[in-house]
Each structure stands twice: as C-alpha cells, then as structure tokens.
Design a protein around this ligand. Structure first.
Ligand code: CA
Length: 226
C-alpha cells in the first residue's frame, strides 16, 4: 500500500514516513499543499494523511480541492487541536477520518487499516485467497499447517496482491503501490520479491496461488490456470 503524507513539520513528516516504511508501506512526503496536489496528479495512493495546518494552502483547502476533482482515496486528517469545529470542518471538507496531534503511532496504523478496509475488496482484517490467509492486524500469514515468515516488503507485496484477487497486476501497478516514487529498476526488484514469495508460499504445496501472466504481470488466484 502506498501512502502520501502531507505535513510541513519535517520532524513529524519524517517520523510518520519512517514508521510507515518500517511497516512495509510505500511512502511519499509532501511538505505543502501544492506539493500534495502535484503528487496526487502523478501517482496513485491508497491513503492520504493530511495535516490541517499547512503553509499557503491549508489541509482543508487541499482536501476540498481533491474531492472536487473526484478523488475518492481515503483521507485521514491530522488536527492540532481537539476542537469540535476543527473536526467538523475537516470532515465537511471531505476527509474520512481525523486524528488529533499528538497521537500514538499504533493509533495512526489502526486508523489507516480501518480506512483501507472500506475498499470493496477488503472487508474485515483478514484477507483470504484459497487456503492462504493474511491477517492485516497481526501481520500473520499462513497456509494449512504452516505459518509463513515474510520480510516487510514481501508482506506488503502479498497484501497488495491479496487485496486484488483474480486481477492482473502489472509491474507498474505493483511498483506504484508497494514501493514509492524513488524506485529504480522496478521490474527486477519486483521479480525477485515475487520469486521469494513463491518459494515461501507456493513451493511447499501442490496448489499454486501466484500466477505469472506473460507479458502483463502477476495475479493471485485460487483458480488454477490451464
Ligand atoms: Ca503542520
């Protein structure tokens, strides 16, 4: 999953960005409202974390502008004060949820999980494809009789595949959602991660779930291809 963090205070932006990266999210940071609008133009995000207090163009205006363009990406607003009118203005401008600063990182993660659950493909915290189970709360992955240990990036890649079962995901889509903009040599890195995922998830069992769609990309599916 890829997250855009919009926050002018570098210390806070870096803290959020680092924490999300450690959890396997692809993260891009915008330090003002114009930069945020530019990022949304050029990249696809799964969640936007938007601070209200920004120079030039504040978070409320950014949020309204994004919604006016028809963007439906979940937006989590960060507000400095726990004032009712601030929260109301935030939600009225098109935000899906808000978090009052200062906040615990665990709560930020929980809010992001809740917002991404609202996607039609993902209801609840447990994703399943065939007998493969991924719990987005505990980050545990298993197939019958075995617990599967994944690296942070392998987990992020698998979660992205499992949120879009039976769909062909191109390497560009994977790169955009699992990594971030500063990502060179994407094809090679993605193929290596897919190979490692297959070794852990598919090699031990007769039913293969990760399928290569030649010339297109990858698909996770319990349906067997002929
Ligand atoms: Ca700020």
């Amino acid at each position: 999953m890829r997250v855009l963090v919009v926050e002018d205070e570098r210390r806070i932006a870096d803290f959020i960005g680092k924490g999300l990266s450690e959890q396997g999210y692809g993260v891009d940071i915008a330090y003002d409202g114009d930069e945020a609008l530019h990022w949304v133009d050029v990249a696809a995000f799964d969640v936007i974390i938007l601070d209200v207090m920004l120079p030039v163009r504040d978070g409320l205006e950014v949020c309204r502008t994004l919604r006016e363009t028809g963007l439906r990406t979940p937006i989590l607003m960060l507000t400095a004060r726990d004032a009712v009118e601030d929260r109301v203005r935030g939600l009225d401008s098109g935000a899906d949820d808000y978090l009052v600063k200062p906040f615990a990182f665990a709560e930020l993660m929980a809010r992001i999980r809740a917002l991404t659950r609202r996607e039609p493909a993902a209801t609840g915290t447990v994703l399943r494809v065939g007998d493969l189970v991924l719990d987005t709360t505990t980050r545990e992955v298993s197939r019958p009789g075995q617990h599967i240990e994944l690296t942070t990036k392998e987990y992020a890649l698998l979660e992205y595949l499992m949120r879009h079962p039976n769909q062909v995901l191109t390497r560009t889509m994977i790169a955009e959602h699992v990594w971030n903009y500063d990502f060179d040599n994407a094809t090679n890195v993605i193929d290596v991660h897919i190979r490692n995922l297959r070794r852990k998830i598919d090699d031990p069992l007769p039913t293969k779930l990760i399928h290569t769609v030649r010339g297109a990309g990858y698909r996770i599916s319990a349906r067997q291809m002929v």
